[in-house]
Design a protein around this ligand. Sequence first.
Ligand SMILES: Nc1ncnc2c1ncn2[C@@H]1O[C@H](COP(=O)(O)OP(=O)(O)OP(=O)(O)O)[C@@H](O)[C@H]1O
Length: 256
Amino acid sequence: MPKLSVRNLTKRFPVSDGPSMLALDGVDLDVEEGEFIAFVGPSGCGKTTLLRIIQGLETATSGDILIDGKPARGPGHDRGFVFQQYGLLPWLTAAQNIGFALEAKGVPARQHGDITERVLATVGLKGFGDRFPHQLSGGMQQRVGIARALAIEPDMMLLDEPFGALDALSREILQNEMLGLTERMGKTVLFVTHSVDEAVCLADRVVVMSPRPGRIRDIVPIDIPRPRARLGEALRDTPEYSAKRQLLWNQLMELV
Ligand SMILES: Nc1ncnc2c1ncn2[C@@H]1O[C@H](COP(=O)(O)OP(=O)(O)OP(=O)(O)O)[C@@H](O)[C@H]1O
């Protein structure tokens, strides 16, 4: 049974002065446990909307989201979300931001310290728990965002352009760390990105979406063997990488 099934999903948004707008149309997708799926497509094709519906932050107009074969209704701690703009509460420290998510899940307060330390260490921020977001760089804030999602031990991680607000160098560093992290943890990951390189580097399959209304145009398997993290920068020099990158690039160029 797939970890996640998206079945004939449609989303319409109301428009004040006219007919509603069809943002997603008949989206069908099965995701296996432990798979890393990247979503790419032109701006406005519904990637964020699809992720938000899977997360339960938005309702579908029709269709179903099944997790382990059961309909998902609303948000759940089985799904951890990482936002583009980090989504940290500025008046709380890094550790308190993570504690906030643990409290929401109902984890007893006496366990917060250990869990927070562990997840901060996982994302390379050991010793930074007492820093406020404004005392951290963008890359470090997003590491806290990832640590917060990991802290609730979700089965599935949903990341919406998580590195989109970062400078090029921080972005590449975090991509490499993300690769290592997901290969070690084996979690199911859904990852929206505008970067073809990021998609090829990280994903097992890349879902290419067409412009409005958003539909799945193609699903491209990325059969570069894992673990890829050990290749580091050399990953981007392999012929498989270049071939997939070109294929996806050509598809996206046809869509814009
Ligand atoms: N809450 C909303 N109300 C009305 N329209 C919306 C809402 N959210 C999204 N839309 C519209 O739905 C379409 C899909 O938006 P969405 O943000 O999902 O696209 P996207 O592929 O993630 O775009 P981008 O790559 O630019 O982030 C867009 O036309 C957008 O304007």
